[in-house]
Write a protein that binds this ligand. Structure first.
Ligand code: ADP
Ligand code: ADP
Ligand code: ZN
Length: 214
């Protein structure tokens, strides 16, 4: 089962992708998490990505596509995966389609988590992230048991630099210009499904499982 999550920054792609990965037993692959892990480890890839991420811009396709294609060719991806944050541009989508076609494969489901821009800024300002294990919380909608501390690994939770309102505005602009066209791209391929992302996390997941099947 090969799944793509589409939607604005903060729509809940990561939250839902983790639940899908757990229920269906496929890896959750987040390009944002891969970049952040590389920044933390001080790798060359991380250094290339950081400046773009801090400004709310996309990391160039030359860097991102190769990284993602390497990842989906690893052994744990044999039964499928859920991609969170990739593709984000038409060239990224075309590269993925082509790489899969070479193996006689294709994306099975593209799930668009639909949330209007008005809701996004408050979602993002309440998001708290664990940079150690990738867990995500929300001060209001999904608080950790102990304020500021990750339930999973006990590390400190942070407001990501790029979740501050000025940067979120840039990211939304980039989303509308470069990523939203993917909705039509996957509609034409006949694999697009839209869910109402303004529902509770549980209700969104229920809608997704109805699409994917039990
Ligand atoms: P969110 O989950 O809030 O949408 P991500 O963690 O997916 O944020 O992405 C954070 C940042 O990492 C993006 O703003 C962008 O700079 C970079 N990034 C992640 N995925 C991609 C991608 N597929 N192409 C280009 N840049 C990406
Ligand atoms: P994305 O990966 O699309 O950027 P996240 O899954 O990280 O989005 O969610 C953004 C923030 O909103 C997080 O703090 C998360 O806990 C919260 N969130 C996710 N889904 C919902 C929802 N359905 N209702 C309220 N808050 C949500
Ligand atoms: Zn953690």
């Amino acid at each position: 089962m090969k799944i793509i999550m589409l939607g604005a920054p903060g729509a809940g792609k990561g939250t839902q992708a983790k639940k899908i990965a757990e229920k269906y037993g496929v890896p959750h692959i987040s390009t944002g998490d891969i970049f952040r892990a590389n920044i933390k480890a001080g790798t060359e890839l991380g250094m290339k990505a950081k400046g773009y991420m801090d400004q709310g811009l996309l990391v160039p396709d030359e860097v991102t596509i190769g990284m993602l294609l390497d990842r989906i060719h690893q052994d744990d991806c044999e039964k499928g995966y859920v991609l969170d944050g990739f593709p984000r541009t038409i060239p990224q989508a075309e590269s993925l389609t082509k790489a899969l076609a070479e193996m006689g494969e294709a994306i099975d489901f593209a799930i668009d988590v639909d949330v209007p821009d008005e809701n996004i800024i408050s979602r993002m300002s309440g998001r708290r992230a664990c940079l150690k294990c990738g867990a995500t919380y929300h001060t209001q909608f999904a608080p950790p048991a102990k304020e500021g501390v990750c339930d999973v690994c006990g590390s400190e939770l942070v407001l990501r630099d790029d979740d501050k309102p000025e940067t979120v505005k840039n990211r939304l602009k980039v989303y509308h210009e470069q990523t939203q066209p993917l909705i039509d791209y996957y509609k034409e391929k006949g694999v697009l499904h839209t869910v109402d992302g303004t529902q509770t996390m549980e209700a969104v997941f229920q809608s997704i499982t109805e699409i994917l099947g039990a």
